[in-house]
Design a protein around this ligand. Structure first.
Ligand code: CP
Length: 328
């Protein structure tokens, strides 16, 4: 078990070894048990984490804020439109100054071709850990909570579990690709057989597919791609039907276009869930576009694990902060 984390950035789980991720899961389980028993977990007394948000959030903001409080520290919520960033202050200056005043910088910046570069620039100059709360490419805090939830429901040994990451129709906003990217990269490292299903035009970057296949080769999982959603539901143990934007093929920020409208039929329905294996899970990072991405009968039905998945955002966020801001 890897035990040395203090000062480590979490930009993507690709930068963390399998042993480090296993420790992160162990600590998450321990913190969840402590939470259930109302046992104090004051691992970060008087420590400050800065939470910089370029976009909206419910789960990420609150898991980080509640999490640091439960660890004995404090969060500053920073709406970047109210920071001097809005007047052009550069990431270098922000990173150095916040490093002088606190103990970690967490940031969400999902702007296409900007977010990850911004996080990397913060990390280059910060002298405290930088935690990615979602960018245009990665959402490590979501992917680790997803994996924890799968393990809780399906067993710690996930080898040869069938997990499908499936595109779904939604109109709320042009969503980042960071959730499916993080899932298809992480799950094969735990021996999972991943099916990625999407209509043509909603491709993930080629380098993601190559890296996911490399991860699968090294760790015994697999990745198959299909453009047939029924194929992705058939015999799946876990399904993640979720919208993402066509950023790779079309950089426009327009939400609704002809490609999207041509794929209204990509929806998680009771009929499609009937194709999955006995006791299968329906999961979603949330927020869900109810009635477009998924029928209420599914998201509120017996397969749904969405609230446990969301709660695990708290326990995994606490583990990331406890290890990188404290630990050894
Ligand atoms: N899943 C997720 O990151 O939720 P929020 O956008 O509400 O933080």
């Amino acid at each position: 078990m890897q035990t040395i984390f203090r000062g480590k950035d979490l930009i993507t789980l690709e930068d963390w070894s399998l042993e480090e991720i296993e420790t992160l899961l162990e600590v998450s389980y321990e913190l969840k048990r402590d939470f259930a028993m109302d046992r104090p977990t004051v691992y970060l007394p008087n420590k400050t984490v800065f939470l910089m948000f370029f976009e909206q959030s419910t789960r990420t903001r609150n898991s980080m804020e509640a999490g640091i409080t439960q660890l004995g520290g404090h969060a500053h919520f920073l709406d970047t439109s109210k920071m001097q960033i809005a007047h052009g202050e550069v990431a270098k200056d922000t990173a150095i100054i916040l490093s002088r005043m606190g103990h970690a910088i967490a940031c969400r910046n999902c702007f296409w071709k900007q977010g990850n570069a911004y996080l990397r620039e913060l990390a280059k100059w910060a002298t405290v850990p930088v935690i990615n709360m979602q960018d245009d490419l990665f959402h490590p805090l979501q992917a680790i909570a997803d994996l924890m939830t799968i393990q809780e429901k399906k067993g710690r040994n996930t080898r040869n579990l069938k997990v499908s990451v499936i595109w779904a129709y939604a109109t709320t906003h042009k969503k980042p690709i960071s959730v499916p990217v993080s899932q298809v990269l992480l799950f094969p490292r735990f021996g999972i057989d991943v099916t990625l299903a999407y209509p043509e035009g909603y491709d993930l970057p080629d380098w993601v597919i190559e890296k996911a296949r490399d991860n699968a080769r090294k760790h015994g999982g697999s990745l198959r791609i299909t453009h047939d959603q029924e194929e992705a539901y058939r015999d799946a143990d876990v399904v993640f039907p979720k919208n993402w934007g066509s950023w790779v093929t079309n950089e426009s920020t327009e939400v609704v276009d002809s490609l999207l409208e041509a794929n209204r039929g990509w929806k998680c329905t009771v009929e499609r869930m009937a194709l999955t294996s006995q006791g299968s899970l329906y999961m979603h990072a949330l927020p869900a576009d109810r009635q477009n991405e998924v029928e209420d009968a599914v998201i509120d039905g017996p397969h749904s694990a969405i609230y446990d998945e969301a709660e695990n955002r708290l326990h995994t966020a606490k583990a990331v902060m406890a290890l990188t801001m404290g630990g050894r």
